[in-house]
Design a protein around this ligand. Structure first.
Ligand SMILES: [Zn+2]
Length: 366
C-alpha cells in the first residue's frame, strides 16, 4: 500500500498524511513501529504528519522511537534471513561429513589387484559382458599398450583405450597439433594448436579417465630405441601414415614378441589387421614386403580423407586391442578387414605368412 501525498495539514511543505492508513502516531513509542515499511521509506528526509492529532514527527525521531520499540520488521527479517543461512550452512557441513564418513567406511578400496567402487561402477557395462567380466576388466587395467602416432587413427584409439580402462597407455609422436588436423583428429581441440600432440592427447585422456596412466613420448620413433620401447608394452597400435615407420614398428613388435594392430586409411577406405607372429600369424612385412613406389600410395594430405573414417577404423583398432588383451572372441589375426565408407561395404581377406619374410620368416635377419 502506497500512501497518497496529501496537502500539508501542518502547513509544512512535503509532509505526508498517514492517518488514512489506519495507523495512529499518537503514541510514538508503541505505534510507529507498526507502520508499513513503504510509509517509512517515503518518510525519508520528510516530516511525517498525523491528520488525527495534527502533529508531526521527524524521521530521526521516528527512527529513535522505532529502535526503542524493537518492532522493526525489516530488522527481524534480516535476522530471520541470517538464521536461515546459518541453518543451511550447517546442513551442508553435515552432508559433507556424512559423505566423508561413508567413503572412509567403503569396504571396496582400490589396490593394484582390486578395483575401487568408482572403477567398478565406471566399467560396469564391461563387467556384465560375459566375454569380459571382472577378470577381463582386470586384464585391461593391468595392460600396457603403446600407440604410435596421435593423429587420425591414434586419436580415437587413444580415447577409447583410456575410456575402457587400459591401465598404462604410451603414445609416441613428434608432431604438434595443426589447424588442418582438427577435421578428424578429435582428441585435440582448437586451443591445442601448436602444442605437441602427445601432451594434448595425454590431457584429454586423463580428463576423461583419471584412473589410467599415460606415458607421452614427444619424439619420432627411431630404430635405436623402437625395440627397447616395445619391450615395456604388451601390445602396440600403429596409426602412422608413412611406410618407414610402419616397417620399423613391425620389426620392433616382432622382436619384442608382442602383437601389432595396424590400421591404414585412404580417402573413403580403411583397413586393419592384427599381426602376431608369436602366435603363428603373418607380420606386417609378410603382407607388404616392399613400400609402394612414390605416388602409388599418396598420404592423407595429398589424397584427402573423410573426417569420420579415422574414427571408425581407429575405434575398430581399440576393439581389437581389447579383444587381444582380454582374450575375447576372435581378433583379426591372419585376416584383414577392409571398410569402404563410400559404398558402405566391409569385407575380410585371409592373410598368409611368408617363409622368406626378412622379419619373421625362417631366414629372418637378426
Ligand atoms: Zn613376416
Amino acid at each position: 500500500m502506497t500512501p497518497r501525498a496529501a496537502p500539508a495539514v501542518s502547513g509544512r511543505p512535503g509532509a505526508i498524511d498517514v492517518a488514512g492508513s489506519g495507523h495512529c502516531c499518537g503514541d510514538l513509542g508503541a505505534g510507529v513501529g507498526h507502520w508499513p515499511a513503504c510509509i517509512r521509506a517515503l518518510a525519508v528526509d520528510r516530516a511525517v504528519v498525523c491528520r488525527r492529532f495534527g502533529h508531526s514527527v521527524s524521521v530521526s525521531r521516528w527512527s529513535r522511537a522505532s529502535r526503542r520499540d524493537g518492532g522493526d520488521p525489516a530488522l527481524w527479517l534480516l535476522l530471520a534471513g541470517f538464521a536461515v543461512l546459518v541453518m543451511a550452512y550447517r546442513q551442508v557441513l553435515l552432508h559433507l561429513k556424512t559423505r566423508a564418513m561413508a567413503r572412509d567406511a567403503d569396504p571396496v578400496k582400490p589396490t593394484r589387484d582390486r578395483m575401487g567402487e568408482t572403477e567398478l561402477e565406471r566399467y560396469a557395462r564391461h563387467i556384465v559382458l560375459r566375454e569380459l567380466g571382472g577378470p577381463g576388466q582386470q586384464r585391461l587395467r593391468k595392460a600396457r599398450v603403446l600407440v604410435v602416432g596421435a593423429g587420425g587413427l591414434g586419436a580415437p584409439a587413444l580415447q577409447y583405450l583410456a575410456a575402457a580402462g587400459v591401465g598404462t597407455i604410451g603414445v609416441i609422436d613428434d608432431d604438434v597439433v595443426e589447424n588442418a588436423n582438427l577435421q578428424r583428429q578429435v582428441i585435440h581441440r582448437d586451443a591445442d594448436i601448436g602444442k605437441p600432440k602427445v601432451f594434448s592427447a595425454e590431457a584429454a585422456m586423463l580428463a576423461q579417465n583419471p584412473f589410467v596412466t599415460v606415458r607421452p613420448y614427444h619424439r619420432r620413433l627411431e630404430a635405436g630405441m623402437a625395440a627397447e620401447l616395445c619391450v615395456d608394452y604388451d601390445l602396440v597400435l600403429d596409426g602412422t601414415d608413412n611406410f618407414d615407420t610402419r616397417y620399423l614398428v613391425n620389426r620392433a613388435a616382432v622382436a619384442a614378441g608382442i602383437p601389432l594392430i595396424s590400421g591404414a586409411l585412404s580417402q573413403w577406405e580403411g583397413q586393419l589387421s592384427v599381426f602376431d607372429p608369436a602366435r603363428g600369424t603373418p607380420c606386417y612385412q609378410c603382407i607388404f614386403p616392399e613400400a609402394p613406389a612414390p605416388g602409388l600410395a599418396p598420404s592423407c594430405a595429398e589424397a584427402g580423407v573423410l573426417g569420420p573414417l579415422p574414427g571408425v577404423v581407429g575405434a575398430m583398432m581399440a576393439v581389437e586391442a581389447i579383444k587381444v588383451l582380454a582374450d575375447a572372441g576372435a581378433p583379426l589375426r591372419s585376416e584383414m578387414l577392409i571398410y569402404d565408407a563410400l559404398w558402405s561395404e566391409t569385407r575380410k581377406i585371409a592373410l598368409k605368412a611368408r617363409d622368406d619374410c626378412p622379419v619373421c620368416g625362417e631366414n629372418k635377419e637378426d
